[in-house]
Design a protein around this ligand. Sequence first.
Ligand code: NAP
Length: 349
Amino acid sequence: MSTDNGTDESVVVEHDVALAPRTTFRVGGTADFFCAVRDEQELVAAVRYALVRDLPITILGGGSNVLVRDEGVRGLVIAMALRGRSFHEGRSGAIEVRARAGEVWDELVSDAVQRGFWGIENLSGVPGLVGATPIQNVGAYGAEVGSRIVSVEAFDIERMSARVFRPEECAFGYRDSFFKSAAGKRFIITAVTYRLSEVGAPDLSYRDTSEYFMERRIEPTLSAVREAVLTIRRAKFPDVDRVGTAGSFFKNPVISRARYDKLTRAYPSMPAHASGAGFVKVPAGWLIEHVAKMRGVREGAVGSSEHHALAIVNHGGARASDILAFAARIEDAVYRATGISFEPEVQVI
Ligand code: NAP
């Protein structure tokens, strides 16, 4: 590994930096060029460094939703390290929190809950950084971050200037947004502002959360809802601090109701949840477990989690190619039996 200061003011760019330790899957090759940016000046300097050398730019957040290929990443990888958050009263009088992109998402949720602010408690325990949340419109247990976003601040690589997006410009969809599209790739998210509420009601619309409170017969206060979600997630999802994984590997597929009705002839217990007029969402984890029969399966160093078939796990020493091959086998098994194609939720870089 070598270090140089590039031609630009103040950013330290390293060469051939291992990315595996910076991702929760803990696999993959090196970045040709790598730097961490802690303020806007460093971000601008990093972008300039890449532009003058004609290097493609890849942004790395918490590394919890990426799989780095064994060949590594060409160009400059910029690790997002802009920190800081502040609570304030928004224009509408509601409480808002502005968090910079490198803030740890769950620390923000914990802070909001401790202050008594509702709105993002169902998103407790989601790994990763704030800057990644609008990109895939992170959602869990009936809540979606997009519905709480007031604005997204970004740096436009083409124009070398800052831009603020209103929610309607973000095109939030199911685990999707403008920032995932080809046109959105030129923006680096630098901060996000979320709207919270001092008065709120628990959203227990998912079976896991409603059962938690029914079984324990406790009141679903704000902090109790956070505790419930953390407890449910701990029991189901592998702990990314201990196990090599990026959580859910695939998105839950959305198919037409007519197609679903046909499939239930072969799979009468296939669950489904309404997802817009004429469409249903089928849990990918159920398909992997019951159709592909690949829950808790291990092939060498790779496998699917025993607790949640949707999580692919690196048991130690796996290569990215092993993980991709295992994922392809799952996809293939589900597709051959049902005709349903999976889309990866994990970003392969
Ligand atoms: P789960 O609660 O077992 O649910 C499985 C599937 O059923 C998901 O597709 C979920 O939709 C859907 N579902 C369950 N109850 C529903 C209801 N009452 N109304 C509508 N849809 C319902 O899911 P899980 O795999 O254990 O994950 C827990 C939560 O974390 C889920 O909400 C999941 O989507 C979320 N998660 C999000 C991300 C991410 O944002 N990147 C990653 C991992 C897990 P939804 O997917 O729409 O919730």
